[in-house]
Design a protein around this ligand. Sequence first.
Ligand code: 13P
Ligand code: SF4
Length: 297
Amino acid sequence: MEERIKRLKKERNAIILAHNYQPSQIQDISDFVGDSLDLSRKAVEVDAEIIVFCGVYFMAETANILSPEKITLLPNAHAGCQLADMITVEALKEKKKKYPDAAVVCYVNSPAAVKAESDICCTSANALAVVNSLNGFDKVIFVPDKNLGSYVASMTGKEIILWDGYCPVHDDIEPGQVEKLKESYSGAVFIAHPECRPDVLNLADEVLGTSGMVRFAKETSAKEIIVGTEEGMIYRLQKENPEKKFVKIEGAICKDMKIITLDRIEKSLKNLGTRVVVPKEVRVKAEEAVNKMIKIS
Ligand code: 13P
Ligand code: SF4
């Protein structure tokens, strides 16, 4: 199947992008593996007619927002993001009425229509820099992740108005689980994704998005690293740093990330489904918010 995918990819002038949480076999056949920000940049840079996006819906939407001239395919149309589903554009408009003097920063894990209604986008890798870049605004509505929002709030002088959204995969990680692992691996460092709850982030040696984790894993002199994020991350970290030990958090699995399969990728390349297209009126405004972020990063 891998050979067939490679052949189809060539015939179609396609490229396969995969998020760091994708299953190992998907990461291995991909042309590029990265975090949400890397992948959106890559979607623009690559010289291909088709992007097969192995990740979740909002990521494929972001690729289409930035590269509308390419065909963006999501091999499984059901790969959503529970966090992105916790906000609607109607609800955001209501919130904006309540705080008319606040800027809106939207985490990239959100629907395209919400991005279009926001002043600027951010990812886990640049959220603080984005918030601090908003000169002239003391108040910021931060959507939809309350955990990332409170993490940013703890480090900025601006007033952050939180949205009641969260990623169930990260929000379910308990401090007790981390403490137990720290006892079992006494020399280990603990790195955590900012989508984790504040009581978990308090235990972290480093708070990092997935690209930050990749960098940290290479640079650290620690030999054991407890990884506070979705377990797919372990595969890449271990592959790139075979001499170190990476310890996962039991149960931290994003089911949506796991429904992309080799079989689906092959079908997708054959029948060009499922194509993700953001309507032009949404796309143009969303692009502004995403591009403002890219300039800052
Ligand atoms: P990163 O941008 O850090 O890869 O995070 C994306 C995500 O979905 C985290 O749950
Ligand atoms: Fe969304 Fe959470 Fe899955 Fe990331 S891990 S894609 S935030 S549900």
